[in-house]
Design a protein. Structure first.
Length: 352
């Protein structure tokens, strides 16, 4: 899969040199996808890797640009490009002309949405647009030296971390489409929010040293430090408690809440099976992100992770199984590497 994914990056023009390839490899996008999507078909895994690669390049551009007005112009062009046009069917060849980011985005969207209903496409497209806008807003805040306040942090960060678009990819690539009344039910939406928050907590704990070294202030640990005048260890303890509460809530909803929802909505057998599959995708997303963060070179490069991990991140309880991953997450196998079913629940519990 790595070979095909890197070829896609070169074909779109996103990866143009060996140095760029080496720098891209440090981001760990391919192992992350392998961890988060252990049960999807191979073509979906490829799509997720390509979308992750595209996100790496766009986010990097937005993060490094010294001109937020240019970032905003890029994001506005992306949104204008796909405002309504992509919900009307297959794109023609002319649509794929233009720069590397444009070509990559149109290809990712077309492969994500082509088999889905119009209403699903519109909702998924809003999630992508929310992600793009969040990156532009974060760039503007950095340029203005305006660090986020605690009361405003989650509203922007939940959009900017990009969980919803990648859950959409898992849904469409798995050959299912939740009925709108199920997808938009408060219980299902809370599961998505919890998945998003858990990814934020893990990301911000592991990336703390790296982001402090880079002068990045959009990190929940530092937001808590500023909001409460806490030392960093105290803020990390609070982050751990937030993770624990959210994880326990997700596990309750994934069992009791979803069972009650299936009964209350009188879901058919097929609908209930799709809902269970979607919940399994959410849990794999959380667990995969956690496991990847423990081993990613992204957080180990240049000494950023010298602070002992035990200060703020404990290992998973060994009594509970890790997800069934593809045989070699560093290479992501081949087309013959078929998806494997995950365990029914992946318990991610912090030690008390």
């Amino acid at each position: 899969m790595r070979t095909e994914h890197r070829q896609w990056l070169r074909d779109t023009g996103l990866l143009g040199s060996e140095e760029a390839a080496r720098n891209y490899a440090l981001q760990g996008a391919e192992p992350l996808v392998a961890r988060m999507y252990p049960q999807v078909p191979y073509e979906c895994l490829l799509l997720a890797a390509d979308a992750m690669g595209l996100a790496v390049f766009i986010d990097d551009y937005c993060s490094r640009s010294a001109h937020p007005e240019r970032t905003r112009a890029l994001i506005d062009a992306f949104i204008t490009l796909t405002h309504g046009e992509l919900t009307h069917g297959k794109l023609d060849e002319e649509s794929f002309s233009g720069g590397p980011l444009r070509r990559g985005w149109l290809d990712v969207w077309d492969r994500t949405a082509h088999a889905m209903s119009r209403s699903w496409q519109e909702q998924a497209l809003r999630s992508w647009h929310d992600l793009f806008r969040a990156w532009a807003e974060e760039a503007e805040a950095r340029a203005a030296d305006n660090p986020p306040r605690l009361d405003a942090f989650f509203g922007l960060r939940r959009r900017g971390i990009g969980v919803r678009p990648f859950l959409d990819i898992a849904e469409s690539g798995s050959g299912m489409e939740l009925p709108a009344h199920v997808r938009n039910h408060p219980c299902v939406q809370e599961l998505v929010v919890l998945c998003t928050d858990l990814c934020i907590f893990v990301n911000d704990a592991h990336s703390l040293e790296r982001e402090l070294a880079a002068g990045e202030q959009n990190n929940l640990v530092m937001v808590l430090v500023r909001a409460h005048d806490w030392p960093v260890p105290r803020a990390l303890d609070e982050l751990r408690r937030m993770f624990d509460r959210s994880c326990r809530r997700l596990l309750r909803l994934a069992t009791e809440g979803i069972a009650d929802l299936s009964l209350s909505l009188r879901l058919s057998g097929d609908e209930a099976a799709q809902l269970a599959q979607y919940v399994d995708l959410i849990q794999s997303f959380v667990r995969g992100n956690y496991d990847w963060s423990l081993e990613s070179a992204r957080y180990q490069e240049r000494g950023y992770a010298k602070t002992p991990r035990a200060l703020y991140l404990d290992v998973l309880d060994a009594r509970w199984p890790r997800p069934a991953c593809r045989s070699d997450p560093s290479t992501m196998g081949t087309r013959a590497d078929t998806p494997r079913r995950s365990s029914p629940l992946w318990y991610i519990l912090w030690h008390p």
